[in-house]
Write a protein that binds this ligand. Structure first.
Ligand SMILES: [Zn+2]
Length: 400
């Protein structure tokens, strides 16, 4: 009974601490009395919690504010660099990490190439990256947030399956946490991208959205009412490996006809390589052998109005659009944001995706839905992973 009371007491303390910290974080400068008013906690409780936060260096005193008659109250704030967050994106060929402060400002960035390495070799590269980020620490490190492709159990930080990296049932979070003595939180890269877009894309806090990351792989992150929806088993948004065609193209997941085999960067490059030898009028035909066609060249050919390149692109966009139409019907969410390497194709791709999504969803739902390309660019997953860490460790929604 006693230990139960003790546990409840600790829990109350933690909840109070999060409430106080959140009101301090959301205001630029605020007094203890104002925090008490904002949180509904007693002044004694607030003072007690603030003392702990001051001692931990997460909060600082700014000096006296405006007096409203009596003694001027001391104002408090959360310094932007009171803690640093490590955000990491495990990409297809590159590990990108950044030191991010409590306002989502990137203080330092480090990249380590994967060079096609997987399994333990990829883990060694990840260690190298973390070492380069945390060792010259300019502020206490709060922890590490990681966005990685694959099916992730976010509660334990276990990578259940990441095809490209050859990671299966890898306790990534536990392993890194033990090694670095820091809390580690792991999420699917598309989920992290969704958090990043929701946090920094200028969206209202409670907005719902689907963020679809279309690169070599395809995955979606679903934010409902401001909260990331991971689904049972954390597999929500795994749309890349839904078989949607009978083309029998083998997928790296072992299945055939997956969306990834039709709408990913890998799929369009492969399709262009297959068709270019039979299309003498295409600029891709003239390039030094179809095996040399890469994403850069395809992007250039589409921009130049090359018929073959456009046909390949629009075909892939139709498959993606149809899947999005299905999501619109399932979720009735009004914002769909597209991110990832495929967005380099820009307007012609986006227009075709929109058209097909619209055609394949109920008109009334489709009319209410915007489909846009995200504006945040490269650091989306890194920032999203940092936002996840911040929420899990401090109970704060990262904001600028
Ligand atoms: Zn697949």
């Amino acid at each position: 009974m006693r230990s139960l009371q003790k546990a409840t007491h600790q829990q109350t303390r933690l909840i109070n601490q999060q409430l106080v910290l959140r009101s301090l974080y959301d205001q630029s400068a605020v007094s203890r009395a104002e925090v008490a008013r904002l949180t509904g906690l007693t002044r004694t409780t607030v003072s007690d919690v603030v003392d702990g936060l001051l001692e931990a260096g997460i909060v600082e005193e700014l000096g006296p504010g405006q007096s409203t008659g009596g003694k001027a109250p001391i104002l408090l704030r959360v310094p932007d660099d009171a803690r640093h967050l490590v955000g990491i994106e495990v990409g297809d060929s590159l590990l990108t990490g950044a030191i991010v402060n409590l306002r989502g400002e990137v203080r330092r960035r480090v990249e380590v190439p994967l060079d096609g390495r997987d399994g333990e070799m990829a883990l060694a590269r990840l260690d190298e990256l973390i070492g380069a980020l945390v060792e010259p620490a300019a502020a206490p490190i709060l922890g590490i947030g990681i966005g990685t492709p694959g099916l992730i159990d976010t509660t334990t930080g276990t990578v259940r399956w990441a095809v490209n990296l050859d990671w299966r049932d890898l306790p990534l979070g536990a392993r890194l946490s033990e090694q670095w003595g820091l809390p580690v939180h792991v999420a699917n890269d598309s989920h992290a991208a969704a958090l990043g877009e929701h946090t920094f894309g200028g969206h209202p806090p409670g907005e719902s959205m689907v963020v679809i990351k279309v690169g070599r792989g395809i995955g979606a992150g679903i934010v409902i009412g401001g909260q990331l929806y991971s689904g049972e088993g954390s597999g929500a948004g795994e749309i890349g490996h839904t078989a949607i065609a009978d083309n029998y193209r083998p997928c790296r997941c072992g299945s055939v006809g997956c969306l990834e085999t039709l709408a990913s960067t890998r799929a369009v490059v492969q399709r262009a390589r297959e068709l270019a030898p039979h299309a003498p009028e295409s600029s891709l035909h003239a390039s030094a052998g179809p095996e040399r066609i890469d994403l850069d060249e395809l992007v250039r050919a589409v921009a130049d109005g090359d018929d073959l390149a456009r046909e390949v692109l629009l075909d892939s966009a139709r498959h993606l659009g149809r899947t999005i139409g299905g999501l619109i019907g399932t979720l009735s969410i009004h914002h769909v944001v597209l991110v990832g390497e495929m967005t380099r194709f820009g307007e012609p791709w986006l227009t075709a995706v929109r058209r097909e999504a619209h055609r394949s969803a109920l008109a009334m739902l489709a009319d209410a839905t915007s489909i846009e390309i995200g504006r945040l660019g490269g650091d989306l997953v890194v920032l999203g992973a940092a936002a996840l860490l911040m929420t899990r460790e401090l109970g704060l929604a990262l904001s600028r």
